[in-house]
Structure formats: structure tokens, C-alpha cells
Write a protein that binds this ligand. Structure first.
Ligand SMILES: Nc1nc2c(ncn2[C@@H]2O[C@H](COP(=O)(O)OP(=O)(O)OP(=O)(O)O)[C@@H](O)[C@H]2O)c(=O)[nH]1
Ligand SMILES: [Mg+2]
Length: 364
């Protein structure tokens, strides 16, 4: 693959942006001060003929890609990046929501301080959004929160969902095989799969769409959730499965010791319950080590074991108190009392494990 030495490629994914594309070209030409750059429009055969319109504005270094049988924002962006010749690539929306002048700041940062990724961020000081309804803001913030809860790289930045970002092209080329463009949020995919070591954010204000309609649909939200779960290697599900196996171990232990020594279900339930809980903690820990969080075993095993005990302690205390109180207070069957306790402690355990014990990938 040939690179122009300092060149920048500007990738514009488009679908039905006919009225915006010319205005955007003019804005880029007047506001982007980078010495040499090319513009690549990647259009998914828009019914409004965006790709024909774009041809009116390109010069000899620019490209319009008209994809016939493919569709999807993320895959269009990856295709654009792979077609590009620049050493750096910036991705921006074609509806004038991303201000082209910010590209100058991004480019300077990337070259001078050797960053792998520069993110245009709405959520750092100086950034913002224009004209969003409360609902849109809540959805955006909620989605960011989900991404941050489940993905370590997303936690490192304020706006991991941004559609406006610049990357070193090498990062994409070298990790091409790992990228699986799904849905709208390609930056999340790049952060999690390529593992960039130097990332910085620059503020920008997300403007109102100039012309045309939004391509966001209700299904985009569902796609996003599936995308994040996939990037997280389905970790919450694994956690649930391990947790359920832990329930069997917990109840099985209690059943076993009380069969051997019936006092554990009555006067000594306080001890029987605690023994069963501890055995299940050890069981869960081992399974999380070898399965749920196998890609995140950083540092000492003993420290993680201690951390896990600490992490599950709020959930365990809740579980233990609920079990003992329902057993003695409501005279519930000991196994049922133990089970209710487990249901209370469970969600607390997931959040603390994700954020506290196995919080980062072992490759970093
Ligand atoms: N090539 C291609 N581009 C797309 C596709 N879907 C959206 N785009 C483009 O991706 C950019 C972002 O899409 P938007 O609909 O503006 O999404 P958004 O900015 O999050 O939503 P709004 O604020 O409502 O505009 C725009 O330039 C779209 O034209 C697609 O399937 N293929
Ligand atoms: Mg838009």
C-alpha cells in the first residue's frame, strides 16, 4: 500500500446527503489548512444520487466510492480508510454536524505528539451539542455509559461514541483482520480491537444537521447494544452463567454439609450459610479467571483473589444478611433463604468485578 508522506485522507460516509455534500466540500476547502489532503466520499448508492453530486466537487486527488451491494456506516468507513492513500485518516459526517476547522487541531496533535487516535469530543470542556432534545441527550449519555461500563478503552475517553475522529492509518491496516464493522459506532470498534496506546480528545460542538434526514433508527439502538456486547465478548452473559453455576455450588454445599450435619440448617445456619458462600466465591473466581475475564488477568493471582473477595463483599454481606434474616425472621426453608440472598447480591458483584478486579485487558 502506498502512502503519501504527510497526507491526510478525509473519509466522508454518505447516504442521501445530496444537499449537504457540496456545502461540505466548500467548507473543507476553505477551512482545512493541512498541506496535502484527499477527500473520499463513500456512498451506499444513495437513491438521491449523492455520489453523482459529489463528482461535481472533487478534484484530481479525491475519490468517490459508490458501493452497490453493501450498506452500513461502519463498513463504509473501513472501506474508505482502506482505499485512502494518506498516512492519517479523519472520519466525519457529511451533514455538516462536524466542523471541518477542527481537523486542523486534530492533525497538529496527531503529528506533533504522535498520537494514534485523536477524538473529536462533545463531552470535554469546550465541546457540546447543539439543538438536541432531552430524549436524544439521554439516549446518547445512556449509550456512552453502557459502553464505559463494559469496555475498558471506552472508559479512557469521554466520548467513545464520537463519529468524528482521526487515526494513524497504520493502526487500521495492521489490525484490519480484527475489525468487524457492525452498526454505527466504528470508533468503539477501533478502540477496543486495535488497542491504541496514545489517544487524546479535542473539543468540538456537534451542530444541527444542515439538510436531509437522520439515518438513526430505533434498530440502531438494538444494533448498538449487540455491538457493545460483542466487543465485551459477551462478558455479562458469561458472568451470569458463572453466577448461576455458583448458585448450584452454593446451595449444593449447604445441602451437603447439612445432610452430614443437620445443625447447619438450624442453630448453625449462620455458619453453614457462610461456608457455602465462601466455597461459591472460590468457584466463581476460578471460572471468571479462566473464562469470563480470561483476557484480563493482569498482575498477581493472589491480589486478584483478594480483590475479588473485597469486590464481592458488599454483595456477599447483602446476600448473607438477607439469607439469615429470611431464614430466622420469616422461617423460610434454608435453601430458599439462601437463594433469595444470592439474587440480591448478584448485580452488585458484576459491576464491582468489571470495574474493580478485571478492569483492563492483559495486552495493555
Ligand atoms: N455510506 C453510508 N453512510 C451512511 C450510512 N448511514 C449513515 N451514513 C452517513 O453517516 C453519517 C452519520 O449519519 P447520521 O444520520 O447523520 O447520524 P447522526 O449524525 O448520528 O444523526 P443526526 O444527528 O440525526 O444526523 C452521515 O454522513 C450519513 O450520511 C450508510 O448506511 N452508509
Ligand atoms: Mg448526522
Amino acid at each position: 500500500m502506498a502512502y503519501t508522506m504527510l497526507g491526510l485522507s478525509i473519509v466522508l460516509p454518505t447516504f442521501n446527503e445530496r444537499d449537504n455534500i457540496g456545502v461540505l466540500f466548500n467548507e473543507i476547502r476553505s477551512k482545512v489548512k493541512v498541506d496535502s489532503y484527499e477527500i473520499l466520499v463513500v456512498d451506499d448508492n444513495s437513491p438521491d444520487g449523492t455520489w453523482v453530486e459529489a463528482l461535481e466537487y472533487i478534484d484530481e486527488s479525491d475519490v468517490v466510492v459508490r458501493r452497490i451491494n453493501m450498506k452500513g456506516l461502519s463498513s463504509a468507513i473501513i472501506d474508505g480508510m482502506l482505499f485512502s492513500l494518506g498516512r492519517y485518516v479523519v472520519v466525519m459526517d457529511a451533514d455538516l454536524q462536524h466542523p471541518p476547522e477542527v481537523i486542523n487541531t486534530m492533525f497538529e496533535k496527531l503529528r506533533e505528539d504522535d498520537y494514534d487516535v485523536v477524538i473529536g469530543s462533545r463531552y470535554v470542556p469546550g465541546g457540546g451539542v447543539e439543538g438536541w432534545s432531552r430524549t436524544r441527550l439521554v439516549i446518547s449519555k445512556g449509550a456512552t455509559l453502557i459502553a464505559k461500563l463494559l469496555l475498558p478503552y471506552a472508559r479512557k475517553v469521554s466520548d467513545p461514541m464520537s463519529g468524528f475522529f482521526m487515526v494513524k492509518k497504520d493502526l487500521i491496516v495492521m489490525n484490519r483482520g480484527r475489525l468487524n464493522p457492525l452498526g454505527f459506532k466504528i470508533l468503539l470498534e477501533i478502540l477496543e480491537r486495535c488497542g491504541p496506546s496514545k489517544v487524546v480528545e479535542v473539543p468540538y460542538t456537534f451542530r444541527s444537521r444542515l439538510y436531509g434526514k437522520s439515518k438513526l433508527k430505533t434498530s440502531t439502538i438494538l444494533e448498538f447494544v449487540i455491538h457493545v456486547l460483542k466487543l465485551s465478548r459477551w462478558r455479562p452473559f458469561k458472568f451470569v452463567i458463572v453466577g448461576l453455576s455458583g448458585v448450584i455450588v452454593n446451595l449444593g454445599t449447604l445441602w451437603l454439609i447439612s445432610t452430614l450435619y443437620p445443625l447447619f440448617t438450624n442453630t448453625l445456619f449462620v455458619i453453614g450459610s457462610a461456608i457455602a458462600i465462601e466455597i461459591s466465591i472460590l468457584w466463581n473466581f476460578i471460572l471468571h479467571e479462566i473464562w469470563t475475564f480470561s483476557d484480563r488477568r493482569v498482575g498477581s493471582f493472589v491480589k486478584r483473589l483478594a480483590m475479588f473477595h473485597l469486590a464481592v463483599s458488599p454483595g456477599v454481606v447483602a446476600q448473607y444478611l438477607v439469607a439469615v434474616l429470611t431464614r430466622y425472621g420469616l422461617y423460610l426453608n434454608p435453601l430458599i433463604a439462601q437463594l433469595i440472598g444470592i439474587a440480591v447480591g448478584f448485580p452488585v458483584n458484576y459491576v464491582i468485578s468489571e470495574l474493580g478486579v478485571w478492569k483492563t485487558y492483559s495486552r495493555t
